[in-house]
Design a protein around this ligand. Structure first.
Ligand code: AMP
Length: 229
């Protein structure tokens, strides 16, 4: 099962990826988290990616494709995976398809969490992330039980540098220019399902799970039994 989560920065992809991953027992791979880990560990990839991320630009395709391809080879991915934040360009989507096809696999669903544009900046500016497990909170819409502390693991919450207003605005511009066409790509490949992301978090999760799980077969109407007197 290979699931892709699409949507603008602030649409709730990270939150939903963690929730549906936990419920369906699937591993989540978030390209942004992998890049931040590389930056934290001072790897050559992290050193190259850092400047792009600080400006709210995309890290070049080649670097991100190699990073995600390597992660997809790990044994924990065998049962299935939710990809959050990848692919973000048409080039990445095509590279992913080619890579999966070589292993006789394919993307099963591309789930597009659709949120009105006005809501996005508000969502980004109130966002807090756990330093330890990367769970995401919002000071207004999804606050932690104790301010500054992660409900999931007790880790410390912090605000990402690239959620600052001017960088966040650039990330949204980049999203509309480069990532929006990816939605059409999956629509043309018949794997796209749109979900209304302006609902309560729990309702979005329910809608996403309904889009992933096979629908129960329709029951045939009860047989009409004629009785003859
Ligand atoms: P995210 O955590 O998904 O919001 O990503 C944060 C930043 O990481 C983005 O603004 C990009 O600079 C970089 N990034 C994450 N995923 C990708 C990707 N698939 N392609 C290029 N850059 C990415």
């Amino acid at each position: 099962m290979i699931i892709i989560l699409l949507g603008a920065p602030g649409a709730g992809k990270g939150t939903q990826a963690d929730l549906i991953g936990e419920r369906l027992g699937l591993v989540t791979i978030a390209s942004g988290n992998l890049l931040r880990e590389n930056i934290g560990n001072g790897t050559p990839l992290g050193l190259r990616a850092d400047a792009y991320m600080q400006r709210g630009e995309l890290v070049p395709d080649g670097l991100v494709i190699d990073m995600v391809t390597a992660r997809l080879k790990a044994p924990d991915v065998a049962r299935g995976v939710i990809l959050d934040g990848f692919p973000r360009t048409l080039g990445q989507a095509q590279a992913l398809d080619a890579n999966l096809a070589a292993q006789h696999k394919q993307v099963d669903r591309a789930l597009y969490i659709k949120v009105t544009d006005e809501a996005l900046l508000d969502r980004l500016s109130g966002r807090w992330i756990c330093r330890n497990c990367q769970w995401s909170y919002h000071e207004k819409f999804n606050p932690p039980r104790v301010a500054g502390v992660c409900d999931n693991c007790g880790g410390e919450l912090y605000q990402r540098d690239d959620d600052r207003r001017e960088v966040a605005e650039n990330r949204l511009r980049v999203y509309f220019d480069l990532t929006f066409p990816v939605i059409d790509y999956y629509r043309e490949h018949d794997s796209l399902v749109e979900v209304d992301g302006d609902q309560e978090i729990e309702d979005v999760t329910r809608a996403l799970i309904a889009a992933i799980e096979p629908q129960p077969a329709r029951l045939a109407p009860p047989l009409k039994i004629e009785t003859y007197a």
